[in-house]
Design a binder for this molecule. Sequence first.
Ligand SMILES: Nc1ncnc2c1ncn2[C@@H]1O[C@H](COP(=O)(O)OP(=O)(O)OP(=O)(O)O)[C@@H](O)[C@H]1O
Length: 354
Amino acid sequence: MLDVSSVLEVLKPVQDPELQKSLVELNMIRNVEIDGGTVRFTLVLTTPACPLREFIVEDCQRAVKQLPGVEEVLVDVTAETPSQKSLPDRTGIDGVKNIIAISSGKGGVGKSTVAVNVAVALAKLGAKVGLIDADIYGPNAPTMLGLADAKVMVQQGAQGEVLQPAFNHGVKLVSMAFLIDPDQPVIWRGPMLNGVIRQFLYQVAWGDLDYLIVDMPPGTGDAQLTLTQAVPMAGAVIVTTPQTVALLDSRRGLKMFQQMGVPVLGIVENMSYFIPPDLPDRQYDLFGSGGGEKTSKELNIPLLGCIPLEISLREGGDGGVPIVVGEPDSASGKALIAIAKAIAAKVSIAALTS
Ligand SMILES: Nc1ncnc2c1ncn2[C@@H]1O[C@H](COP(=O)(O)OP(=O)(O)OP(=O)(O)O)[C@@H](O)[C@H]1O
């Protein structure tokens, strides 16, 4: 007899491939309905950016089709991103589920490019996303998001004055660039940074967010400490290039996050190889190869992906149309979308298993 409990019974052995637990036990199968030979249910994933969405749906369909009398299995897929656990000594942000730092040991390795494209890719996949550009040395996220001329507006909220973030490509943005005078030397900007980071966390009308991405200044300075001491973080991603110096610097960053109790979700290797625009099938290892993989193995941190050096990626950044929107099928576009999915998966696993 085809009924709800027999459907749940055959679905029990189907596991979330990353959490390695039963979908039924994780309460990811809901609203089972049976209409003649048609079985319909909702699969609630832990992130709209789930990289294994299709596989999970197929596994569910295969399992239910084993039941006699089933002709059709319809799966409605939705997502509820789990929230990172709050910590006794750190204050979360109301409505913001997961805060992720994008960090690098040194400047110019493509940290902002990764932060912006990951944010936009997650938004495109259906998540609610915010981005804090906390980089005092090169606050270029507004340009990359097509918001170079935007201003953050101050509004009177219930809790006093709040900043209204700028918005484009599905991402809410606040940036140091909206606040600083570009002609002022960087040395004068440093002292204001800590206060500004707190303001960007707690005095912005973020609304509900699945992910708040923070584009950090390079290195292991005060901004990192302020952030990791203030809010509970879902994790940090370290961007590096294949060059050894960049790798050494990123090790320092890794240690700092670990000491502050922030999980390091993985390493992203940028500028891994060069793809000439006129010879898109060729690949040149300009800075040597395999550095990210080697570090990932040595430090036992996952390698989330490798991004090629591609002219269209820089052009997308300069033109305010991130490559994951402008040319999602390019090599770097694909790499960045896969990295966004990998980050989302790691965050969900951490939230559900910690
Ligand atoms: N894989 C890539 N291919 C082509 N250009 C890239 C790539 N990654 C980054 N760039 C370009 O390199 C420049 C520096 O990148 P980005 O601003 O993202 O680095 P950053 O680490 O955030 O630097 P900073 O520390 O100065 O903020 C930008 O012009 C960007 O478009």
